[in-house]
Design a protein around this ligand. Structure first.
Ligand code: ZN
Length: 344
């Protein structure tokens, strides 16, 4: 009986046994494969069966689907780059299949062949994996093979790589903060992320008496902004973990334990509020106000918030509210909101 529950009703197609269009059911089965000279691996095979006569059906797209599953699983088992990562690589550097092959020093149709089912060698696969994580390496490859590419193509890819290169030069703490925030918060807007990064810095000064990350925040009209993070994420997908550029954030070092605690506290304490509420808080606090002296609300402003001001401000708030727990943070936020209501 429990077997039946794993079947999912999936659609209608022609059943060669019934000689009629029939509804069919779909099921995923783990299949273990042993290719000669390779370790066995498993992949998920999709099976469809006729709802009426229960014979196996070959529904539209099924063969392709299973072939892709099989190829991906085998690539993974062999430690080779997967096709979806090749696609990310092309998106990441805004480059097509043929020029990507040339830029990495391969033959022109190499990547195209991999995408249609051939397997890369370990050596070539490693070059692709490195290019995916390391924009400086990609720039080096582009330069070396420049004469094989059109000028437009080279410039476009090099610009994309240069932008990523700058972002990849973020401190490891900041990279980890961004990566972990996305991992733990799921979908989050760039605006909300910037606020959380600022409060992370503040809580770190308050509780560890040291900055979370060495980068400075600029006093933009809508609150503090760490510019290199802004530039990296400027036009990310709504779910950044789905964005090819996220690979630059992955694979960095883990945070030290005390910083990881600050990060979790920030997300628990401040992460529950709407970014507009967080913006309101930053506008009340002295570091942002000081950095915007002489500017009107809404004026662009790119002066840095002084680290010393952030430190003083949060040490003081910590004395008043005890920011070491989410409850203390909540008291602070609620007081700030009350003040605002009273002030209007
Ligand atoms: Zn049938």
């Amino acid at each position: 009986m429990s077997e039946e529950k794993t079947w999912v009703r999936a659609g209608e197609d022609f059943c060669t046994n019934c000689r009629e269009v029939r509804p069919f059911y779909r099921k995923m089965e783990e299949e273990t494969v042993e290719e000669e000279g390779e370790e066995p691996f498993t992949f998920l095979r999709t099976v469809t069966r006729c709802f009426v006569c229960d014979s196996e059906m070959e529904t539209e797209g099924l063969v392709d689907l299973n072939t892709e599953e099989y190829l991906d699983a085998r690539c993974e088992a062999l430690g080779l780059i997967q096709r979806r990562d090749l696609c990310r690589l092309m998106e990441l550097y805004e480059i097509g299949k043929a020029p990507l092959s040339l830029a990495l020093g391969f033959g022109e149709i190499t990547v195209t062949r991999w995408l249609t089912g051939c397997f890369p060698s370990k050596e070539y696969s490693d070059i692709c994996k490195r290019a995916l994580k390391d924009p400086s390496f990609m720039r080096k490859c582009l330069k070396e093979n420049r004469e094989k590419l059109t000028r437009v193509c080279f410039e476009k890819a090099d610009r994309a790589a240069a932008r990523l290169e700058k972002s990849a030069s973020l401190s490891k703490e900041l990279l980890a903060a961004v990566r972990e925030t996305f991992r733990l918060m799921g979908e989050i807007t760039p605006l909300a992320l910037q606020k959380l990064l600022y409060f992370m810095q503040g809580l770190s000064y308050a509780l560890l008496n040291a900055p979370f990350y060495p980068e400075d925040c600029e006093a933009w009209a809508h609150g503090p902004v760490v510019r290199p993070v802004y530039e990296l994420l400027r036009d990310f997908c709504f779910d950044p973990t789905e964005d090819p550029r996220f690979s630059v954030l992955e694979g960095g070092e883990a945070l030290a334990e005390d910083k990881q605690k600050i990060l979790l506290l920030t997300l628990k304490g401040f992460g529950r509020y709407n970014p507009r509420v967080l913006e309101l808080l930053t506008h009340r606090e002295s570091p942002w106000r000081k950095a915007r002296e002489g500017l009107l609300p809404g004026d662009p402003g790119y002066r840095y918030l002084r680290k010393e001001d952030i430190r003083e401000c949060f040490l003081e708030l910590n004395k008043q509210y005890d920011l070491s727990t989410p409850a203390g943070i909540r008291r602070y936020v609620e007081d700030a909101l009350k003040d605002r209501e009273g002030g209007i």
